[in-house]
Design a protein around this ligand. Structure first.
Ligand code: UDP
Length: 407
């Protein structure tokens, strides 16, 4: 983990000074994060960087992961899809099983922080212990909540409303709740293996390992193999473009331990690629940060054709590397991309194909989008801004009734 001082050239001394002052206000308070996977996906990505940095600032921060079996994660994946607008197929038994697993985890957890910071729906039922334990409880929602299935959201809201506060990633996801809400966007760590600068020789060797030809354009989407990331749609876009412009397509990603659908999606993607030698499907193991970094840096254009998205960290990662990004206008992506200024927002396969051809043909325009994108990420979506927002939120929990301005 880098030393805090290494962030100063990127974000400035005053940003770091402010974080020390804010962290000082949480002396003696334990901040406990709880989610459902240690690897894979955006939440684990952020926590793995956030916890060590908070500790360097002197905050007593911890991270615990709840345990679940196959049935539990099948249920939570269905819930996740239903919150993203798919029709729910959850039975009363499923909801009961979900609660049982939460209760078992609640009983087995070895500690409870002064702030219990619960991420996403999987561990939401831990709140049942609030009455007995006290503490401050915050529910952090990382997912797209714009078209939730009524049955699932009704079930969850009964739990959300027991928390002291809820945090959403983008204004569009906030809901009418009985508790205070904060809007805090996620972030990337510019010094992580995923995002730090890499020597050109290392990028070359990684690309060679994956048999990618650096003399021809490379179009990439990095994502878990998930229907909501629309990898098959990406292949269709590639096929439309390839008729006119030569390029290679990289679909790279792994699974997450709390996502049981990955293998099925991967098989469908392989079938759609139909052994085209210019389509590279890379199933990556969890510790592939340097490889992902290199793939993003070597890409001519980065795509994120999600059908639904929480925030879309992969967009921030690519923009930070000055890559031109074409992404669907869903979830938190429009916060990151101002259309035709810091990237391209699209609404269909045809639109994505149209802009992909344009960016492959106009490298100067593409480079300008990437450069603007990097500055936008520097100003808004780096981990230091995220830590500031969280520290202010935690402090506010111990000052109920006072006015706290988060932005
Ligand atoms: N990621 C990864 N390995 C993979 C696929 C994705 O490390 O095989 C990372 C990716 O670089 C990003 C995060 O996981 O940091 C995905 O976050 P995002 O918000 O884009 O989507 P989510 O997976 O949370 O829906």
């Amino acid at each position: 983990m880098p030393d805090i001082a290494e962030y100063i050239p990127i974000v400035g001394q005053s940003t770091i000074d402010e974080l020390y002052i804010l962290a000082g206000n949480l002396k003696g308070k334990m901040i406990q994060n709880i989610n459902s996977t240690a690897v894979g996906g955006g939440v684990a990505e952020i926590l793995s960087r956030m916890i060590p940095l908070l500790r360097q600032f002197g905050v007593d921060a911890h991270w615990d992961v709840i345990k679940g079996n196959e049935r539990f994660f099948e249920i939570t994946k269905k819930m996740h899809n239903a919150l993203h607008g798919a029709r729910a197929t959850l039975t009363d038994d499923d909801f009961e099983f979900f609660l049982q697993v939460n209760r078992q985890n609640a009983a087995e957890l070895e500690r409870y922080g002064d702030v219990v910071f619960v991420h996403d729906p999987q561990p939401i039922g831990l709140i049942e212990r609030k009455e007995e334990l006290g503490r401050k409880w915050v529910w952090r929602c990382h997912i797209d909540f714009t078209h939730p299935d009524p049955q699932v959201i009704q079930f969850l809201e009964a739990y959300i409303n027991q928390y002291d506060s809820a945090v959403f990633s983008a204004p569009a996801f906030s809901r009418k709740l009985n508790i205070p809400q904060a809007l805090i966007s996620p972030s990337i760590d510019p010094l992580s293996d995923k995002n730090k600068d890499l020597p050109p020789e290392l990028i070359d060797s990684i690309l060679e390992r994956y048999n990618l030809d650096r003399t021809r354009p490379i179009v990439t989407q990095i994502s878990r193999f998930d229907y909501l990331k629309d990898p098959v749609g990406v292949i269709e876009v590639y096929k439309m473009v390839k008729k006119n412009v030569d390029c290679q397509l990289v679909l790279a990603g792994g699974g997450a331990t709390d996502d049981p659908e990955g293998m099925q999606v991967l098989e469908e993607v392989k079938a759609a690629a139909a052994e085209d030698p210019d389509v590279h499907i890379l199933f990556l193991p969890p510790s592939s940060d340097i490889e992902i970094n290199a793939l993003q840096r070597a890409s001519t254009v980065v795509l994120q054709k999600s059908l639904r998205e929480g925030f879309g960290l992969t967009v921030a990662e690519a923009l930070w590397k000055e890559r031109p990004v074409i992404a669907s206008a869903v979830g938190g992506i429009p916060l990151q991309i101002a259309h035709k200024y810091s990237g391209i927002l699209t609404y269909s396969k045809e639109g994505t194909a149209h802009f992909l051809k344009q960016l492959l043909n106009e490298p100067k325009y593409a480079a300008r989008l990437g450069a603007n994108g990097r500055e936008h990420i520097r100003n808004n979506y780096l981990i230091t801004r995220h830590i500031r927002d969280y520290l202010l939120l935690f402090i506010s929990l111990f000052h109920e009734g006072d006015i706290i301005y988060l932005n």
